[in-house]
Design a protein around this ligand. Structure first.
Ligand SMILES: [Zn+2]
Length: 124
């Protein structure tokens, strides 16, 4: 629980989004018609029927939406561990970003010390 990557990537980018706790697939990439040109297909994301989110308040005054599967959403979630899953995901996304090491460290400093501040409320 809470020990695997929240996102699976392939050569095109994000492929799956997983439950923060148990790693079940809850969102997946799909192709949808472009709004600008419906004859062309673009990538979009499909929420699966087991997709649930919790609004979690953070120490800098912001909120994050932690994503879980329906089964885990029936039990108490560990918001702090969920935040660590998200931070690991941000770290991996930054590593793939092509930013310089200085830029990566500057961005990481923004969320490194964030903590959760109160119990989240299920929003979906
Ligand atoms: Zn789960």
């Amino acid at each position: 629980m809470y020990d695997k990557d929240h996102i699976t990537y392939d050569e095109y980018g994000m492929l799956y989004s997983h439950c923060f706790a148990c790693h079940a697939v809850i969102k997946k990439r799909t192709e949808i018609p472009s709004q600008r040109d419906p004859s062309k297909m673009v990538f979009g994301f499909m929420h699966l029927s087991n997709y649930r989110t919790f609004k979690v308040h953070l120490s800098n005054g912001s909120v994050m939406y932690q994503e879980y599967c329906d089964e885990c959403a029936q039990k108490p979630i560990d918001e702090e561990k969920g935040l660590e899953v998200a931070k690991n995901g941000y770290d991996k996304a930054l590593e793939k970003s092509g930013l310089s090491a200085d830029e990566v460290n500057r961005v990481k400093a923004r969320y490194k010390d964030l903590a959760t501040v109160k119990t989240g409320k299920k929003v979906k």
